[in-house]
Write a protein of this length. Structure first.
Length: 103
């Protein structure tokens, strides 16, 4: 599930000609590792960067201006993302609180 969440957004972004920084969930370490190891092998590293890490990495990312932020996760963290994005007037898409039916 975590892989498809990341790849769905990645495909749309690169299809539109955008560069992407992908930060997979730190709650799914195996999925994050697969993305971090395979994407650089098959995709242009100038267009797509995969960064692994926890909340400290996210805090550093949110200090910068981005053209668009897409976030999937909890409402609590979504508020933090939205507050940081508002400082730069960055458009944000939030997918909050969804649960995967099999879990």
């Amino acid at each position: 599930m975590y892989v498809t969440l990341a790849l769905d957004q990645l495909i749309g972004a690169i299809s539109a000609g955008n560069a992407v920084v992908l930060k997979p969930s730190n709650h799914a370490l195996a999925c994050s590792s697969v993305l971090a190891n395979l994407i650089p092998l098959y995709m242009d590293s100038k267009a797509i960067q995969v960064i692994e890490g926890g909340p400290q990495i996210c805090e550093k990312f949110l200090l910068h201006k981005w053209d668009k932020i897409f976030f999937t996760g909890s409402a609590q963290i979504g508020r933090i993302v939205m507050t940081a994005a508002a400082k730069h007037l960055t458009p944000v898409t939030l997918e909050l609180g969804g649960k995967c039916p099999p879990y």
